[in-house]
Design a protein around this ligand. Structure first.
Ligand SMILES: [Zn+2]
Ligand SMILES: [Zn+2]
Length: 65
């Protein structure tokens, strides 16, 4: 595990968990699948679930667990 992801970067005002102002620790980086997102967005566990559910984000295969 690493802490380099820092704080959740979710900026979605429609997010039911943070309303775009998340202060939780990010655990994963998600990538927008509809706009060729290369940088990705660090997200916490809650926002990650919601983002994946929206169908707009996906994880990227990685050797890191
Ligand atoms: Zn979050
Ligand atoms: Zn959120």
């Amino acid at each position: 595990m690493t802490d380099k992801l820092g704080t959740c970067e979710d900026g979605d005002p429609a997010c039911p968990h943070c309303h775009g102002h998340c202060q939780k620790r990010a655990i994963v980086v998600l990538y927008r699948i509809d706009m060729g997102d290369l940088a990705g967005t660090a997200m916490c566990e809650d926002c990650c679930c919601d983002a994946m559910d929206s169908g707009l984000f996906d994880t990227r295969e990685s050797k890191d667990e």
